[in-house]
Design a protein around this ligand. Structure first.
Ligand SMILES: [Cu+2]
Length: 171
């Protein structure tokens, strides 16, 4: 019995130590559970046989320090990258952001069709409208944040008539 109660008080001490160790960090971030708000993550449904997909969302930095989205992972794809898309000579091109995507202090960045996106590479199965899947985002300061991505119909939002995904080229 004595040994057990000693064990209990030791783990209580460890808990108190952990609380003390992390309290200042939590306070500096305004007491919120998460320092980056991930708003409305969604992906466009993919046609059968597609090997890639894209995820969009708004990343709002609630802290007074800049942060950076440096990577991501998901069960639905072999690899996940941070991409930027732009139109070069009338052709949509995309490139991987090797240094990640900066999110200014107190500001937000919107990932949307034709712009920044989280690229799913090596899809294990097509993304079907109405389904959802998990995505973990990795930030330089905020660490890992896991979200649920909603899959929307293929023509969803700002899908242009010039072919969109079909004209994308990897640099
Ligand atoms: Cu891409």
């Amino acid at each position: 019995m004595r040994a057990l109660s000693k064990l209990a008080s030791t783990s209580e001490l460890v808990l108190i130590f952990l609380l003390l160790a992390f309290a200042p960090a939590a306070f500096a971030q305004g007491g919120g559970a998460s320092t980056i708000a991930v708003e409305g993550p969604w992906a466009r449904a993919t046609p059968a046989g597609a090997r890639t997909g894209a995820v969009y969302m708004t990343l709002a930095n609630k802290t007074n320090a800049s942060d950076r989205l440096t990577g991501a992972s998901s069960d639905v794809a072999a690899e996940v990258q941070i991409h930027e898309m732009s139109v070069v000579n009338g052709i949509m091109k995309m490139r991987q952001l090797a240094d990640g995507l900066a999110i200014p202090a107190g500001g937000s960045v919107t990932l949307k069709p034709g712009s920044y996106h989280v690229m799913l590479i090596g899809l294990k199965k097509p993304l079907a409208a109405g389904e959802a899947f998990p995505l973990t985002l990795t930030f330089q300061n905020a660490g890992n944040i896991s979200v649920t991505v909603q899959v929307k119909a293929m023509g969803a939002m700002q899908d242009n008539k010039s072919g969109g995904m079909g004209k994308m080229e990897m640099k």
